[in-house]
Design a protein around this ligand. Structure first.
Ligand code: 3AM
Length: 180
């Protein structure tokens, strides 16, 4: 089985901008710049057979390319934060794309947890006890004006996540282009 997810890769300039922002956060374990991405759907463990069915289903996803922009920061976990992320300016085309890839995954027989799509780019992950929460909250307010992009989303990628000691290694399994 392979641990896989579908995500939008980010241009290098955007990853560079975001990693500078991440450096300004009082947090441990920032996401390495090369790992920054925007998850569309986490698929979990899939077999090679699942992935073949998924590949056929994803080739049928036809969505025109669209721009997105990153604006400001937020946390997951509220008063016990577990991660900090850059938020994405509202873009209905992005929500539609996430809906279509999720439907394609279900059609391919992959169980996808039903959860609301909250578009984000994770900048750091940690345990709540590892951060000074008021200090982190102040940093997020101070950095409310950060932005990156806009840039055109021209495709999305199927990644395999290899877990080990240290940050995960994301391997590209397949790339899907959006129509320009
Ligand atoms: O980088 P982000 O935050 O978009 O948190 C994991 C990461 O998301 C998420 O999948 C992305 C690639 O690893 N993820 C990991 N395990 C998950 C799970 N069990 C999960 N998302 C939902 N359920």
């Amino acid at each position: 089985m392979m641990r896989v997810f579908l995500a939008i890769p980010l241009p290098e300039t955007v990853r560079d901008q975001l990693s500078i922002v991440a450096q300004m956060l009082p947090v441990p374990r920032r996401v390495p710049p090369e790992n920054l991405h925007l998850t569309l759907t986490f698929l979990g463990d899939a077999s090679a057979r699942d992935l073949e069915a998924l590949h056929s289903a994803l080739e049928g996803v036809q969505v025109p390319s669209f721009p997105i922009a990153l604006r400001g920061l937020d946390v997951f976990g509220r008063d016990k934060p577990k991660s900090v992320h850059a938020t994405i300016a509202p873009q209905p085309a992005l929500t539609r794309l996430a809906g279509k890839v999720e439907t394609a995954a279900r059609r391919a027989g992959i169980e996808v947890a039903a959860r609301k799509f909250v578009p984000h780019v994770t900048l750091a992950r940690f345990r709540p006890a590892e951060v000074d929460v008021p200090r982190l909250e102040r940093a997020i307010i101070d950095l409310a004006g950060v932005s990156a992009g806009p840039f055109d989303v021209t495709g999305f990628t199927l990644y395999q996540s290899h877990l080990g000691d240290g940050p995960p290694v994301y391997e590209v399994l397949a790339e899907y282009e959006l129509r320009s």
